[in-house]
Write a protein that binds this ligand. Sequence first.
Ligand code: IYR
Length: 221
Amino acid sequence: MPAITVPLTHYREYSPDDMQQRARTFADDLHRRRTVRDFSSKAIPEGVLSDCLRAAGSAPSGAHLQPWHFVVVTDAVIRQRIREAAEAEEREFYASRAPAEWLAALEPLGTDPNKPFLETAPALIAIFGEAYGELPDGTRRKHYYVTESVGIATGLLIAAVHNAGLVSLTHTPSPMGFLNELLGRPARERPFLLLVVGYPADDARVPDIARKPVEQIVSWV
Ligand code: IYR
């Protein structure tokens, strides 16, 4: 059966000059983004996260099955439970689970098992990848490229949050199955990442690290 198609009405072509300027401005702006671990408790204006999540939902996905689900957690009690569960896993990770090489790689970032930002920050976005879908009659529907799709959606979400003037932290407590339990999500949804979102603390500091220059990350053939 052929695909049902519609005209490409929303595409915009820019002049080469405008194109260059837009490309540069966008890259410069993304390079201002820093992952932040020191959050203020200041509330996020109503509606902002919803638009950021709408941006995330524009991501391409395997067979356009959109295999993602986002849970925005602002409730203080649930954030406290998430912190307790995450710190329990992290204590294990830092004390015994992580190989020495991994701990050495993390050293410049100064991370440790204490995750106060899970309670300080006004919002946590738990991102789930749906391993498979569920049809109205309850049967399973296979999903494709779930990790890639959810990863792309998460990247767009991080960019949208930055664009809105908020900061984020990509937090990966491991394992994070506790998120299904605490947030009441079904087993077919696999936790992908916990995105901590808010304003930076007034005295926020970030690691003194640099990004690879473009020549180092690209080959032109
Ligand atoms: N999940 C742990 C450890 C950790 C792992 C990586 I890879 C990081 O880039 C940062 C932290 C934690 O959140 O502390």
